[in-house]
Design a binder for this molecule. Structure first.
Ligand code: GLN
Length: 454
């Protein structure tokens, strides 16, 4: 009731929720009470969560914040949310996001921007919460849920976590089932939590992760007790500092934050080593070929026949065209056009195939570093703190917005786990985050190391 009241009060301003499921929350909480009374409570019994709008929730708003999915209510539950409910969690509602998870500021949502609960000291200017999981990050930061589900294709868990002073982890590709998650770029998409601290993130990921016959890319490995890893020492661990991440024009406060993180880990007994990931500079351009290519294919299903919106047309092709023209926002259309172009017969080899080769090289860079004994890699999470809503410079040049992902996309391209952890405030009092990148399926090392930083 306290969370529902807080949502009703703050959401008209913050816009983190696009649907609040009051009745469902109360029913689930009542059922939780009954289980707790019988001492049958699960790991998340009674814990109220917000769910990103791209997770299928049976009978409840699931539109990936797109107009084209107007009125769509799935008949089934995603595996990740089903896992959470099986552990006793309670759903508060569906969280705002960039349309189809395409964006870094939550401004491409059909439901309007989300306001970051943080503001610069002495300023009334509204800031973005990051994206695409902007609603998830803002809701956690503003105490409008105890934790949230999010998803990360190129940084969408880690960047909004960094912009809101919260913790977000993108686990290894395959750790969570993608079944029932609206697809953006299927070879990059992963589920993960955003939470108030590392412990909460560990508890949530444990519940979300599972192998699932309905997602053949989910991996059949036991899910460790992540919370137990928080007690581990980092003494003797080797932490890599990739020199290629010292990008040109990096603000001094980000440099300082990174150095601070290095110092903390060294003081805790870790060994700091300089490493090289030589193909880093190709990651962003390769990502912005691979992700739109997969998106253009995944989004072909929205044709006005099977889901949501349908515009009237004089024949079926005209109906498709009118529905897609009205239903998709500008950024989604841009991705579909780029993706269709790079997959087209004359350009496939020059763009898509080339980008896939680059992706293999990026993955190999990481494999080499881990084979040389590095346990985890420390980088900044983002190249800046949260920026203003409707920033003119960013709005006029989509490529500038894409630069937000410079530290995060490599991790998705390589399928590795990455965590963003709050590490301090900038000169204006805004939160900044550090990122730790780990070996495949070694989320435990990330939780242990992030716990030393937080
Ligand atoms: N900002 C990136 C993009 O727009 C990543 C989004 C995401 O991780 N879903 O593609």
């Amino acid at each position: 009731e306290a969370y529902l009241a807080a949502i009703d009060q703050a959401n008209p301003v913050i816009n983190a929720y696009v649907a609040v499921t009051h009745d469902r929350a109360r029913q689930m909480a009542t059922a939780s009470d009954a289980r707790l009374a019988k001492n049958e409570g699960g790991a998340l019994e009674g814990i109220p969560l917000g769910i990103k709008d791209l997770y299928a929730t049976e009978g409840v708003h699931t539109q990936a914040c797109s107009h084209i999915l107007d009125g769509f209510r799935p008949r089934y539950e995603s595996t990740v949310t089903a896992n959470l409910w099986a552990d006793g969690a309670v759903m508060l509602g569906k969280l705002n996001m960039d349309e189809f998870a395409m964006g870094s500021s939550n401004e491409t949502s059909f439901y309007g921007p989300v306001k970051n609960p943080w503001r610069a000291t002495g300023s009334n200017a509204d800031l973005v919460p990051g994206g695409s999981s902007g609603g998830s990050a803002a809701a956690v930061a503003a105490w409008l849920c105890a934790g949230a589900t999010a998803s990360d294709t190129g940084g969408s868990i880690r960047q909004p976590a960094a912009f809101t002073g919260t913790v977000g982890i993108k686990p290894t590709y395959g750790r969570c089932s993608r079944w029932g998650m609206v697809a953006f770029a299927s070879s990059l998409d992963q589920a993960g939590p955003i939470a108030r601290d590392v412990r909460d993130a560990a508890i949530l990921l444990k519940s979300m992760a599972s192998v699932d016959a309905k997602d053949t890319t989910s991996v059949d490995l036991p899910v460790p007790d992540y919370e137990a890893a928080l007690g581990r020492s980092v003494r003797g661990m080797k932490i890599g500092i990739p020199k290629e991440y010292r990008v040109e024009g990096m603000p001094e406060e980000i440099e300082k934050l990174w150095q601070q993180g290095i110092d903390w880990l060294r003081e805790a007994g870790a060994e700091i080593v300089e490493i090289t990931l030589p193909h880093t500079k190709y990651a962003l351009p390769a990502y912005y070929i691979v992700a739109p290519a997969e998106a253009s294919s995944n989004l072909a299903r929205y044709d006005g026949v099977r889901y949501g919106l349908r515009e009237q047309g004089k024949d079926i092709v005209d109906m498709y065209e009118r529905t897609r023209a009205a239903g998709f926002g500008d950024e989604v259309k841009r991705r579909i056009m780029v993706g269709t172009y790079v997959l087209s017969a004359g350009y496939y080899d020059a763009y898509y195939l080339k980008a896939q080769k680059v992706r293999t090289l990026i993955k190999k860079d990481f494999e080499d570093v881990f084979a040389a004994g590095v346990d985890a890699i420390l980088t900044p999470a983002t190249p800046s703190a949260a920026f203003g809503i409707a920033d003119q410079e960013l709005a006029s040049d989509p490529v500038k917005m894409y630069l937000n992902d410079v530290f995060t996309v490599t991790v998705n391209m390589a399928g590795l786990p990455g965590i963003a952890v709050p590490a301090g405030l900038d000169a204006k009092g805004l939160p900044l985050g550090l990122q730790l990148i780990g070996k495949p399926f070694d989320e435990e090392t990330l939780f242990a190391t992030a716990h030393v930083i937080e």
